[in-house]
Design a protein around this ligand. Sequence first.
Ligand SMILES: NC(=O)c1ccc[n+]([C@@H]2O[C@H](COP(=O)([O-])OP(=O)(O)OC[C@H]3O[C@@H](n4cnc5c(N)ncnc54)[C@H](O)[C@@H]3O)[C@@H](O)[C@H]2O)c1
Ligand SMILES: [Zn+2]
Length: 778
Amino acid sequence: MADFHQEIERLRDEIRGHDRRYYVDATPTVSDQEYDRLLSRLKELEAAHPELVTPDSPTQRVAGEPIDGFQTVEHARRMYSIDNSYDAAELGEWARRCFEAVDPEIAALEAEITALGAEHEGLKGKRDDATTRRRKEIEDRRLELAGVRAERLAWGEEHGYPVDGGYTCEPKIDGVAVSLRYEEGKLVQALSRGDGRRGDDITANVRTIRSVPLTLSGKRPVPEVVEVRGEIVMPQADFERVNAALVAEGKEPIVNPRNGTAGTLKQLDPQVAAARGLRFIAHGQGELTGAPFATYEDWLAALADWGVPTNPLTKACGDMRAALAYIDGFATDRAGLGYGTDGVVVKVGRYDLQEQLGYTSRFPRWCMAYKYAAEQAVTELLEVDWQVGKTGKLTPRAKMTPVFVAGTTVQHATLHNLGEVRRKDIRTGDTVVIEKAGEIIPQVVSVVLEKRSAGATPIEPPVTCPVCGAEVLIEYDQRRQNDITSYQARVEREKKAAEKAGREPSEIPHPEPLSELDESGRYCSDPECPAQLKERLIHFAGRSQMDIDGMGEKVVEQLLDAGLVRSYGDLFSLHEKRDAVLALERMGEKKADNLFAGIEAAKQRGLARVLVGLGVRHVGSTASQILAAHYGSIDALTAASEEEIATFKVDGAESGIGDEIARSIAEYLRSAKGRHVIDELREAGVRLEETAADRPATLGAALAGKTLVVTGTLTKYSRSEIEGLIAQHGGKPTGSVSKSTDYLVAGEKAGSKLAKAEKLGVPVLSETDFEQLLAATD
Ligand SMILES: NC(=O)c1ccc[n+]([C@@H]2O[C@H](COP(=O)([O-])OP(=O)(O)OC[C@H]3O[C@@H](n4cnc5c(N)ncnc54)[C@H](O)[C@@H]3O)[C@@H](O)[C@H]2O)c1
Ligand SMILES: [Zn+2]
């Protein structure tokens, strides 16, 4: 039971992560098929444990995010997603469900079976001969009818589950869904799908799309309200043209047409949208006044008459045999289409039957998508190198024998992290299956184990940064870590609950210790690593850190390019290279002097600002202030043990530092690299002490006199850490919400306290809000 619970939670987390990368960041890391596999597994578990289904589960809602800067508007009728399958047999099962639900013969048989059942019920308790005879008759007849029903189903299977009015097959267009609302024939609003209930008002951008008629007119009368639903796509040719232009302007190209479409519709300037060559193709109906249409095909015919583009490849299929033939044919035809598709949508054509079939929370039951599997290829993994990103993350990258897949030759694939490598057991020299996730980044899907040679060698992760040689820091899956740290507490809770209920406590399985399988990232520990130096220097010079006047992003770039700065320490002797600085583009005397003065002034910021400026992992501004206030100097801090840093108290309360921060700062200060950075700063005359005068008057006062309650599962702090932080800043953490509570800090799965706070009008803060509240006054 607990295991299911955990797997469900883990799947939900993982799926939400993919949703975010797919819909918001436009950088999916798995193929659609892999994503859909995770979702099916979750559905399966939830079906077996319906009590664990929550309204926010990814199985319960249409994914998508509202866009900043656009107005969100409620849909007149919900916009659904479509259930999908990669498997013809599954498509057949869907058709069987449709057939069973709408076939008139089956309906007649069922009506008779039900009536007989009622009659049988009515005979209960009577024992006369006539009744006994009738009862027997009913039983025989029911058996007979069940047989006829089974025969009818078998007939249906043999004949491709034909439904009255037939099925309609169409390309599944890989674009962005939109709902166009016409009132009195005029386009008044275009909404994105959003979460299915509410979408973004993207009218201004949609108006620029030529194939979207601004007025409906034709031989047929136009109803007062007509909502046309369909897909907006960026044709391949326009995608290439737009990208060529972007690259020529020195901008980032779009990753694929689907992202290009979504991105274009999010543009705040309709001029941009106008130049992108988007197209609209109708495939559905929203609100409609007046007489309803009998079938989807009638609807498409009306749209064509009114000047709305429909898909010429739409085909009526009497049964599933014809539908499968369509799917087969389209698998090859779709390559020449000029716009992206990822499958075929099959719909029951008659609207009355559609209504009869109804909807689940996410999908119409009358519609199903068959999706083509992502193109895969088999190749050999030659070697793995570890690339250092600008945040210091080390990502394993596979170099492979070049292979052609989904339109391009591929030679590299990302392996994400060591956890992924170990879970898939990928080794150098292996034969691997690769595919493109969302047709973008090639992934290694799996290893062909039968072909593993004796020479295949496990991939060894670097223990030092391949660029600068600094030590590597390892991070593990957060949920697993929480599982382990909360174990004792869960046992205690169960003990108490059992005691209260007068039963034996049930055993809570001990979580497995962390292993390489849980590794989620490796990071270079050196903030001055050349691979990260630019981002680091920008951060170091930033307003809340060293606050160096005149040193913005551009200047940092120039200094690095000219080789004038290679470390934080170099900054402080920059004035000695005055001529070289003056030689930089757009750098006059005045600007240079201003920069030198800014650097000079930064020497006096004090220890807290230096600490946060160094950008040591996990050591943010609040932690830096607490550390600086407690230790007073870098030497005292360096001399302290990790354990001491993790556990010291401030005014008798937890400091808010905790294990993770303590480990990170102690490791850094102990490392050769860290010592070198500190020595350089000291030599340059940067003040590495902290006195009361350095402390902002507000530290310890950000929450002065305020009462806060913490509830739910937090991701960044343990309960005692955050309560320590509240106390640190002058606030008072309490246990229950009342009228006198100033703030509720709510993590995930906040329950009754959240409801109460909302009822009482107590402001609710997320962890980020909370940090901002501290930072605003820090
Ligand atoms: N790879 C990833 O990380 C990742 C993450 C999230 C989602 N996804 C993929 O996206 C899917 C979910 O996205 P979704 O909810 O937009 O579903 P979807 O894109 O698979 O299908 C639903 C949409 O298809 C569109 N459509 C195209 N042609 C159509 C036609 N002829 N008739 C009717 N509708 C048509 C509609 O706009 C509808 O909203 C997942 O199943 C998965 O395959 C992948
Ligand atoms: Zn490095």
